[in-house]
Design a protein around this ligand. Structure first.
Ligand SMILES: *Cc1c(COP(=O)(O)O)cnc(C)c1O
Length: 421
């Protein structure tokens, strides 16, 4: 029986309506920017398998470091024990994170990293003897699928059946030159009429919201107001982290730094899952007490798994290498050149870029989960390119190690879509 047939027998896929969705495509191998199917056909991974495999799939350096760790120490309870990979990773992260970050807390994925951030913010106030229970988030933000993270997410197709059970979240629009005054007014109004614990946001680029981008200076103003009002700021850098915006973290574009940062995805270079929530000394100190009740009672069994830590260390080493930094710079330039070439195409409504993230909106009516999406998806796959359009938005977030030739194959597939659509 083919893998596709066997898949159908027992597997239930994420974000999939199995009654109408085409069969899942088996991928048997991956190397660098390339995925291989059963017949040996190659696809360029234009979205780095959901922004994870930024240094290329099955990266030799990552494999070497992860397998060395596997032979030495696989897993140990992180309550009461510690180990070299976790310690070294914390040192490496503190070196590259915004200056105010002081402590590193481990979990398993991007959703739990945000869940931890939200719980930290709520308990921060609780430990200070204040009951603050409202979270502020952007409309159309995405922070994950666990309850706290989902409550903060504004994308309703994910949320519908669960909305009655949400934590209290108030929303503000993402800022633009036109609405910034209203956004600030609404923010102040929410802070005045609620007891606000935290503001959670994806800095500069909202991945799941079709790579919506907004300006650093407006976010800075919002963050300043939050700081003034004692609202804990949580930067969800799960997508934007580790070089994608052109700096190690998107937060580096702002003057005001967040109290809490959540990380995952490229953190472990696409090799294994892990989430991290970092915070300031001030946040940490709200929990540091003689009373055990003030401690942060949140744990995942695989917290700080040594193999995941070793993988993350290797990833950061690659990120800091001249080779990867040059690759990032070169992708940024290539995207700019491609953009100059196509942005006035009649089938294009708008384009945008932040670092290696490039997105364009097609000038056609399309439902985010409708059938036209599959046609566009199929066009790319037929051309040996894996892109995952979000509604009428097509975006590229390829591994840093993608070759010039591979990158141009993606551009060509987009251009041929524009001529055929
Ligand atoms: C993917 C993503 C998440 C959720 O991470 P998971 O590992 O899928 O749980 C949260 N926030 C942002 C910005 C993301 O892109």
């Amino acid at each position: 029986m083919s893998l596709s047939k066997r898949d159908k027998k027992y597997l239930w896929h994420p974000l999939t309506q199995h009654k109408i969705h085409p069969e899942a495509l088996p991928i048997v191998k991956a190397k660098g920017a390339i995925l291989y199917d059963e017949s040996g056909k190659e696809y360029i991974d234009g979205i780095s398998s959901w922004y994870t495999a930024m240094y290329g799939h099955c990266n030799d350096y990552i494999i070497e470091k992860a397998s060395a760790q596997m032979k030495n120490l696989d897993q140990i309870v992180f309550a009461g024990f510690t180990h070299q990979p976790a310690i070294e990773l914390s040192e490496k992260l503190i070196e590259i994170l915004p200056d105010n970050q002081a402590k590193i807390f481990f979990s398993d994925n991007g959703s739990t990293a945000n869940e931890v951030g939200i719980k930290m913010a709520l308990q921060y106030h609780f430990n200070h003897g204040e009951k603050r229970n409202t979270i502020i988030a952007f409309e159309d933000g995405f922070h994950g699928d666990t309850f706290g993270a989902m409550s903060a997410s504004g994308l309703s197709v994910y949320n519908g059946p669960f909305e009655d059970f949400f934590i209290d979240v108030q929303r503000i629009p993402t800022p633009t030159a036109h609405n910034i005054e209203q956004v600030l007014a609404k923010l102040l109004e929410i802070i005045k009429t609620n007891s606000v614990a935290a503001f959670i946001y994806e800095p500069l680029v909202q991945g799941a919201n079709a790579m919506h981008m907004y300006e650093a200076k407006y976010l800075d103003t919002i963050l300043n107001i939050c700081k003034d009002q004692g609202v804990i700021t949580i930067a969800d850098e799960v997508m934007t982290g580790f070089g994608k915006t052109g700096k190690n973290f998107a937060s580096a574009y702002m003057q005001t730094q967040p109290d809490i940062i959540s990380l995952s995805k490229a953190l472990t270079a696409g090799m294994v899952p892990m989430g991290i929530t970092s915070c300031t000394q001030n946040v940490y100190e709200a929990f540091y007490d003689d009373s055990i009740g003030k401690a942060f009672f949140h744990a995942h069994t695989y917290s700080a798994n040594p193999i995941a830590c070793a993988t993350a260390i290797a990833g950061i080493e690659l990120l800091q290498s001249t080779e990867i930094q040059e690759k990032i710079a070169s992708i940024i330039t290539s995207h700019q050149e491609f953009d100059a070439k196509i942005k006035n195409h009649p089938k294009i409504k708008g384009t945008r870029q932040q670092g290696v993230i490039y997105a364009l909106d097609l000038n056609i009516d399309m439902d985010r989960y409708g059938n036209k999406r599959y046609q566009i998806f199929d066009h790319f796959m037929d051309n040996g390119v894996f892109l995952r359009p979000l509604g009428s938005t097509i975006y590229i977030l390829a591994p840093y190690v993608i070759s010039h030739k591979e990158l141009y194959k993606i551009y060509n597939a987009i251009e041929s879509l524009l001529s055929n659509i």
